[in-house]
Design a protein around this ligand. Sequence first.
Ligand SMILES: *[C@@H]1O[C@H](CO)[C@@H](O)[C@H](O)[C@H]1NC(C)=O
Ligand SMILES: *[C@@H]1O[C@H](CO)[C@@H](O)[C@H](O)[C@H]1NC(C)=O
Ligand SMILES: *[C@@H]1O[C@H](CO)[C@@H](O)[C@H](O)[C@H]1NC(C)=O
Ligand SMILES: *[C@@H]1O[C@H](CO)[C@@H](O)[C@H](O)[C@H]1NC(C)=O
Ligand SMILES: *[C@@H]1O[C@H](CO)[C@@H](O)[C@H](O)[C@H]1NC(C)=O
Ligand SMILES: *[C@@H]1O[C@H](CO)[C@@H](O)[C@H](O)[C@H]1NC(C)=O
Ligand SMILES: *[C@@H]1O[C@H](CO)[C@@H](O)[C@H](O)[C@H]1NC(C)=O
Ligand SMILES: *[C@@H]1O[C@H](CO)[C@@H](O)[C@H](O)[C@H]1NC(C)=O
Ligand SMILES: *[C@@H]1O[C@H](CO)[C@@H](O)[C@H](O)[C@H]1NC(C)=O
Ligand SMILES: *[C@@H]1O[C@H](CO)[C@@H](O)[C@H](O)[C@H]1NC(C)=O
Ligand SMILES: *[C@@H]1O[C@H](CO)[C@@H](O)[C@H](O)[C@H]1NC(C)=O
Ligand SMILES: *[C@@H]1O[C@H](CO)[C@@H](O)[C@H](O)[C@H]1NC(C)=O
Length: 548
Amino acid sequence: MLSNLIWSALLLASSAAAQTSTYYSPGVPTAEPIAGNYTGGYRPRVHFSPPTDFMNDPNGLFRDAQGLWHMYYQYNPTAAVAGNQHWGHATSSDLYHWDNQKIAIWPPSNTSYVFSGSAVVDTNNTSGFFPDQDNGVVAIYTIAEATGSQSQSVAYSRDGGYTFEAYEGNPVIDLNSTEFRDPKVLWHAPTSKWVMVVSYAAEFTIGIYISPNLVEWTHASNFSHHGLLGLQYECPNLVEMPMLGSNETMYLLQISINPGAPLGGSISQYFPGSFDGTVFTTVDGAARVQDFGKDNYAGQFFYGVPGNDDQVSIAWASNWQYTSIVPTGNTEGWRSQMSVPRYNYLANVSSIGYDMISAPYNIQSIFSQELAYNSSLGNGTILVDYSTVPSGALYFEANLTGLTSATLQGTLNFTFTSSVSGEYVAGGSPVNGDTWLDRGHTYAFDNPYFTNKFSATGEYGGAGIWSVSGIIDRSIIEIFINGGQQSATNTFYATQALDTVRIGASGVYENATVSVGIWGLEDTWAMQANANGTVVGNVTSANAAYRH
Ligand SMILES: *[C@@H]1O[C@H](CO)[C@@H](O)[C@H](O)[C@H]1NC(C)=O
Ligand SMILES: *[C@@H]1O[C@H](CO)[C@@H](O)[C@H](O)[C@H]1NC(C)=O
Ligand SMILES: *[C@@H]1O[C@H](CO)[C@@H](O)[C@H](O)[C@H]1NC(C)=O
Ligand SMILES: *[C@@H]1O[C@H](CO)[C@@H](O)[C@H](O)[C@H]1NC(C)=O
Ligand SMILES: *[C@@H]1O[C@H](CO)[C@@H](O)[C@H](O)[C@H]1NC(C)=O
Ligand SMILES: *[C@@H]1O[C@H](CO)[C@@H](O)[C@H](O)[C@H]1NC(C)=O
Ligand SMILES: *[C@@H]1O[C@H](CO)[C@@H](O)[C@H](O)[C@H]1NC(C)=O
Ligand SMILES: *[C@@H]1O[C@H](CO)[C@@H](O)[C@H](O)[C@H]1NC(C)=O
Ligand SMILES: *[C@@H]1O[C@H](CO)[C@@H](O)[C@H](O)[C@H]1NC(C)=O
Ligand SMILES: *[C@@H]1O[C@H](CO)[C@@H](O)[C@H](O)[C@H]1NC(C)=O
Ligand SMILES: *[C@@H]1O[C@H](CO)[C@@H](O)[C@H](O)[C@H]1NC(C)=O
Ligand SMILES: *[C@@H]1O[C@H](CO)[C@@H](O)[C@H](O)[C@H]1NC(C)=O
């Protein structure tokens, strides 16, 4: 795919100009998306996964003025393991039905990689890249050289985020560092400045930079040695979000750490606080961990959602400890999926104080059928065979209501079983107790780091309700306690499809009510597949045929 013209340009390029040239990986289409087969047994049907090969961090998440959601992602289009990083790209109008787009950002040379970063819409042309439009997109990302050097570059898109041109003055921040990456940029209206948070990964420091124009950046402050350190800080996010019960928004700084999470490998933590345009200050200095499972990392918040609306995020649903050896690579040619989109806000939760509430974004929009609904289950059990749900994906919800602090008793469990092999994934949520989740009875993958059992201690908030909900989608489960006060994201790999769900309660106080619902979810990829089951994505020549 590499044209002679580009090849000679590369050969002639001086090192300063190298970052504006483009290197096209051999064999990777430049004008079309890569086609994907989304029919495999492990392929999630409501979660995003790459058409082929390897994906990691979500990058450049933004919502445009028409409400279209853009997601870029760390993408190796040539192998189902990490490496050869590009920015893959997909768009969606509802965050569940994704259109695969062609690769958006390519490395500048055959010895460099496009690492993680973010994107903004430069509505006011502060950058000067956009002479005649208010929908110009600027991507800000790390270029990693094979020599180890990491610096920050920008590229701009005049077509709404589909194709990008590198800025001729790249890199925009170069500290001659080998551990300096993952810039996330936001607009700070009170000071009329762009703000970047970026990781000095090995120094456990998040640098805060400010800029009037997205290309000239001034260091403003550092946020250093807070919370869990692990061995590296990565993928910072600074985001304004609502605080329940207050008319004031707050800021939240999220930091991912890898390796060295308490449960092993990768995890994300966050700090609620305030931001004055140059300095971030935590409310209490405490680290709060995002997820009590093992597969939720490098989450990013979408640019373009006003700070007083719930913020929308997507995370990478895997863990660096085993992501490159999970069975999807050998059997189906792809590895890694994203979490479902989440809405997020801060709330004051009982004695722990600030908590980021994080729950699936408008999941009802992809309900395909109600499988069971019982508004007074009591100490009963619901058993449903869902083998006829084409997606194999379900959403479930169980609420215990009418509780008082004197009547906190009983347990509520859920089990998803294969009627063929007996393999199962299960969890339970005792009222006011330790929620557990167990993926240890699925047998297609075993590894010492692929931990089986997880739990989290919750606390009854006094609102008379205790609830659990979740999404199971072929090889991934996400559960949410009390509407998203706590959540867990876990992948799992069974040799046979799980097809039977049991939800049961026992020991529930007689005055309390148990209400349970189970819904089948749409297969969000099937409608895009052609006759042989291939999702070709946004191929211009085939547009008429490929969708709608
Ligand atoms: C898609 O993948 C499935 C499962 O791996 C396989 O059976 C099928 O043949 C594939 N389809 C194509 C068109 O390659
Ligand atoms: C990169 O390209 C140069 C020519 O510009 C070539 O000499 C070199 O072998 C290539 N390196 C790799 C790793 O492909
Ligand atoms: C955008 O900025 C460029 C460079 O300053 C300028 O030439 C152009 O007129 C600007 N366009 C608008 C619409 O402001
Ligand atoms: C950049 O760092 C390398 C070591 O990583 C050092 O050898 C080199 O001198 C540095 N260059 C500059 C310009 O500081
Ligand atoms: C654009 O300009 C308007 C008017 O000055 C200002 O209110 C707004 O914050 C600016 N937004 C961005 C993203 O530059
Ligand atoms: C928030 O604003 C509304 C409307 O102005 C007001 O009624 C309410 O008391 C305010 N709440 C708080 C917590 O300040
Ligand atoms: C839920 O699971 C726990 C732990 O295995 C068990 O003690 C409890 O009896 C179960 N409850 C129900 C309703 O199945
Ligand atoms: C559930 O069982 C407990 C005893 O285990 C009993 O006290 C309670 O009344 C039962 N709840 C309902 C709603 O029947
Ligand atoms: C349970 O309900 C009964 C009948 O409504 C009521 O008399 C009793 O006080 C309730 N108990 C608790 C602990 O709320
Ligand atoms: C559970 O409670 C939530 C929040 O009140 C409600 O929206 C949902 O419909 C309830 N679900 C069931 C199954 O009762
Ligand atoms: C399936 O369709 C795609 C896109 O039309 C095509 O590239 C591919 O060769 C087809 N595969 C098979 C196995 O027919
Ligand atoms: C396909 O890509 C083009 C840009 O190459 C874009 O303008 C168009 O909106 C895209 N269509 C869909 C359905 O994503």
